[in-house]
Design a protein around this ligand. Structure first.
Ligand code: ZN
Length: 262
């Protein structure tokens, strides 16, 4: 049974190094990951060419890894696309659209509500923003250089004196239905965040101020929003996977994460 070496890498830990290989087994048409050497054991440094050990009918058997021919490479790449890359790309596109990371969505992003939501209606006073004229800052040296004002976020007015709107002494709620379109105005994350800390701004501890199509604004947890984008078609995902598979190091991509966990 021939095994082909598709990629190999070293993972250096605090005290030890381990070497891994992605191997294509043409008989099973599968890609497999093997440890091909380690400094943890005596006489275990990788050989050249590397070899793997597989238990076959209860017997440990050694296989020397072969160099893939052009024909094998084509088959191994097809396997990589089919069994790994398509799924990885789908998952990352889904995460991009459905799990909004605060660092990736800012003011102006178009979003859609994924759940019904209700907001307390608030009233406020407004006054013209003192830092700009009509929401824009204009470069005094270049009148073409016009940017939304940082202070009022381009609104031109500053809101203050927020009060809960009440009718007959009852708080008024505005209902926003699933599927409503909006645009992000600003984000605010709640919690203590340290640069290397475990707790980081995410979709659950971040609230977005959004502007609905009727011009009104509402606060909503980022976890109740998705991007107003469609998933790429299967055809597009497959093309992207094939493009990745033809690059050097492509075989390493889906297999390296597993070895990082040690
Ligand atoms: Zn302003």
């Amino acid at each position: 049974m021939p095994y082909y070496l598709m990629d190999e890498w070293e993972h250096s830990g605090r005290d030890d190094s381990d070497w891994y290989a992605v191997v294509y087994c043409s008989e099973e048409d599968t890609l497999q990951r093997y440890e091909i050497g380690s400094t943890r054991y005596a006489n275990a440094l990788p050989c050249n060419p590397p070899r793997i050990h597989r238990q076959i009918d209860g017997e440990w058997t050694e296989f020397v890894l072969e160099k893939p021919s052009e024909e094998i490479l084509v088959k191994a790449r097809a396997c990589l696309v089919r069994d790994y890359l398509i799924g990885m790309i789908q998952k990352s596109e889904q995460d991009k659209i459905f799990r909004l990371k605060p660092e990736r969505v800012g003011a102006g992003k178009k979003v859609v509500f994924t759940e019904d939501h209700k907001n307390q209606v608030k009233t406020c006073q407004t006054k013209p923003c003192e830092k700009c004229q009509g929401g824009y800052w204009i470069n005094p040296r270049n009148s073409e250089d016009k940017r939304p004002c940082f202070t009022c976020k381009g609104a031109g007015v500053i809101k203050f004196d927020f009060q809960k709107a009440k009718v007959n002494d009852k708080v008024v709620w505005k209902k926003i239905a699933l599927g409503t379109k909006a645009e992000i105005v600003s984000l605010r994350s709640y919690g203590k965040f340290y640069k290397s800390g475990y707790n980081q701004p995410n979709e659950h501890n971040t609230t977005a101020l959004v502007r609905l199509e009727d011009g009104s604004e509402a606060f909503v947890p980022l976890s109740k929003l998705r991007l107003a984008e469609e998933m790429p078609t299967e055809e597009k995902i497959k093309k992207k996977a094939e493009a990745i598979a033809s690059q050097g190091g492509a075989f390493y991509i889906p297999f390296a994460t597993a070895s990082m966990r040690f």
